[in-house]
Design a protein around this ligand. Structure first.
Ligand code: HEC
Ligand code: HEC
Length: 316
């Protein structure tokens, strides 16, 4: 009996240590950042490419999931994201020192963006799409921070997330990250044409298109071989369409039509984008024509994947 007791105690300790080690936040060191003179204009460009205001600007009305905001330069937070895991409230990332991220160092910001780790060493939830932002070049991130430092500081009080019990514990996210956060920076595939590579960078990195357009497994990790083939809306009702060149996707769209849609918000069938794509498109319209063409070229180069059959209740 006593032996059994001690065996259980030892096992629990080993389990605890393993959990502790496996879930430890992994950070990059300040020394790994390049020497870089920040380019605020490129930072502003990355801010649009990255769609930060779509989540971090305060919602226009008292409905926390109102997709509109009145001022995209005021990053007071407070928007809610309604997901299968519960309700996330997006934090204030304005330069305010108390309620925002004023006073963060470059390395603290970069670790949030590419490792999903806070200055105090806790894990962020992947509702903050750092699984995509981890692909961003350090130079682009340093520029982005320099631009965000020029935005107005706003005070706000954002409620804590309202999540189901097992998801309330941030430490456990370390296990999720072992599965889904590879920590790799963007690198073009071998032989990839320069324009397609630029498109790939924008789509996979700052644009985080796959966060909405890729189906996920039950743990919320994107299914890599079905990437971009459409998915239930991660932020509420309905479906996000397939944007691969399959016939169930946008296979019938020409490259020009994709470019036009990103610029004007009008699809080849003269429909206009709706839902969460409206804000994405408004940001795409701010990019250069060359970058929209690069994005279209990359989407055209994706493997064609058929959309998964939709669940009835979700399609409504
Ligand atoms: C899809 C919505 C979404 C988008 C888009 C988004 N974020 Fe966030 N962000 C979140 C959520 C949700 C959190 C809170 C995560 C948590 O509490 O674990 C967060 C947290 C953060 C934090 C940590 C704040 C803190 O107080 O600890 C920073 C910094 C941040 N985001 C920066 C950005 C930047 C820069 C961009 C644009 C490149 C961006 N985010 C785009 C949803 C988003
Ligand atoms: C926040 C979620 C979200 C993100 C991020 C997002 N999209 Fe979308 N996208 C949508 C939704 C929702 C629709 C459907 C819009 C509608 O119903 O009008 C859509 C539609 C589209 C369409 C039209 C497809 C069709 O069949 O009508 C294209 C093309 C597209 N998105 C490209 C992109 C690209 C490129 C990116 C990255 C730069 C991107 N999207 C990022 C949510 C998103």
């Amino acid at each position: 009996m006593r032996r059994l007791f001690w065996a259980a105690v030892i096992l629990a300790i080993i389990g605890g240590v393993a959990f502790y080690v496996l879930t430890m936040p992994r950070m990059i060191d300040a020394g790994e950042l390049p020497r870089h003179t920040a380019d605020v204009a490129n930072g502003e460009y990355m801010f649009f490419a990255g769609g930060c205001a779509s989540c971090h600007a305060a919602p226009a009305s008292s409905k926390c999931d109102d997709p509109k905001s009145t001022d995209k330069r005021k990053l007071a937070g407070g928007r809610c994201l309604i997901t299968p895991f519960g309700r996330f409230y997006v934090p204030n990332i304005s330069p305010d020192r108390e309620s925002g991220i004023g006073g963060w160092s470059d390395i603290q910001f970069v670790n949030a963006m590419v490792r999903g780790v806070s200055p105090s060493g806790s894990h962020y939830y992947p509702a903050f799409p750092y699984t995509s932002y981890q692909r961003m070049r350090y130079e682009d991130l340093l520029d982005l921070k320099a631009f965000m430092d020029t935005l107005p500081a706003v005070k706000s009080q954002v409620p804590g997330h309202d999540l189901a019990l097992p998801f309330r514990l941030r430490r456990g996210l370390g296990l999720w990250k072992l599965l889904y956060l590879d920590g790799k920076q963007f690198s073009p595939s071998r032989g990839q044409d320069e324009k397609v590579a630029r498109g790939a960078y924008l789509v996979e990195g700052p644009g985080h298109c796959g966060e909405c357009h890729s189906p996920r497994d039950p743990l919320g990790g994107a299914l890599s071989d079905a990437r971009y083939s459409g998915a239930p809306n991660p932020e509420g009702k309905g479906y996000v369409p397939n944007i691969t060149p399959h016939k169930t996707g946008i296979g019938a769209w020409s490259g020009e039509e994709i470019i036009d849609a990103l610029e004007t918000g009008l699809t080849p069938s003269f429909d206009s984008f709706g839902g969460t794509m409206v804000a994405v498109q408004e940001n795409m319209a701010k990019l250069t024509a060359a970058d929209r063409a690069a994005i279209a070229a990359y989407l055209k180069s994706l493997p064609a994947v058929a959309s998964a059959p939709r669940k009835k209740e979700a399609a409504k």
